[in-house]
Design a protein around this ligand. Structure first.
Ligand code: OOG
Ligand code: MG
Length: 263
């Protein structure tokens, strides 16, 4: 594969989109193309999102992946990554999740930001990042890999838009002022039982560090975080498999609670 062979990038994006539409997983792209590197993978992610937009979806924000130790250990990858959120990934408040639309969904609790100002790297710090935030929200992300058993190398999961599937955030966010997000605690429940707990310190030491990382990473590829964008800062805990009939919930110290029925 030459550095940025458009036909190969196109084929990777097409294959991943097809798996998503047909609800089937498959092997790693890096098994077939061992030369697939991060640059090509982000290009494939860009093409994949371009196709979703051409099909009528709207970009609404950014998600970070593999920002916590819990996630990095489970997936065997120690580098965070960025991906894109679109409007059709949002689960309306109170609506159930139709798991039959997905391959092998997992849920993870996240701290989410809604931006007041555009945030562009390079050199963004946690403090400047937090100053651009309008509100902080409780979040739940439903991830769904297009790779069998969620088994992937970093370029695979980058191309696969970081296993994006669905998300929900609390409708009424709160101002970041006066909040100590480092200590903000989350309890993840499945069917009323505690399955995991974490605090905001789990993601890159502080959720605002994750936000700064996203802005600086996007800048390397000519991007930025726009005013009004939603940013998911990454799973605080390991993700948990969900099945039809499950009820999942997250409770935060100050950010409130979210619950989701799996249909
Ligand atoms: C990759 C997606 C990671 C997060 O919050 O870490 C992600 C995966 O674990 O499949 O969304
Ligand atoms: Mg996530």
């Amino acid at each position: 594969m030459s550095a940025l062979d458009p036909s190969v990038v196109d084929r990777i994006a097409h294959e991943l989109l097809e798996r998503e539409t047909e609800r089937r997983d498959g092997g790693r792209i890096t098994d077939v193309h061992p030369e697939l590197d991060l640059e090509i993978a982000y290009e494939a992610q860009r093409v994949l999102i371009e196709r979703k937009v051409a099909a009528g979806q709207t970009v609404v924000g950014v998600k970070l992946g593999l920002t916590s130790r819990a996630k990095q250990l489970r997936m065997g990858i120690s580098s965070p990554l960025t991906a894109v959120l679109t409007d059709t990934m949002a689960i309306p408040t109170g609506a159930p999740l139709d798991a039959t639309e997905l391959i092998h969904p997992r849920v993870e609790p996240e701290i989410a930001f809604v931006m007041r100002e555009r945030l562009a790297g390079p050199g963004v710090t946690a403090a400047t990042a937090l100053a651009a935030v309008r509100s902080v929200h409780a979040g739940l992300e439903i991830i769904d890999s297009r790779f069998a058993d969620f088994s992937f190398a970093l370029p695979d999961v980058v191309a696969d838009n970081a296993s994006s599937a669905r998300y929900l955030i609390s409708p009424d966010g709160i101002s970041p002022e006066g909040l100590d997000l480092w200590l903000e605690a989350a309890v993840l429940l499945r069917n009323g039982e505690v399955v995991d707990t974490a605090t905001g310190a789990a993601v890159q030491g502080h959720p605002a560090e994750a936000l700064a990382l996203a802005a600086n990473e996007l800048d390397r590829r000519g991007g930025a975080i726009e005013a009004g964008a939603i940013v998911l800062t990454g799973g605080l805990t390991d993700a948990v498999a969900i099945e039809p009939g499950d009820d999942v919930a997250v409770r935060f110290t100050h950010l409130g609670s979210l619950s989701l029925s799996i249909g």
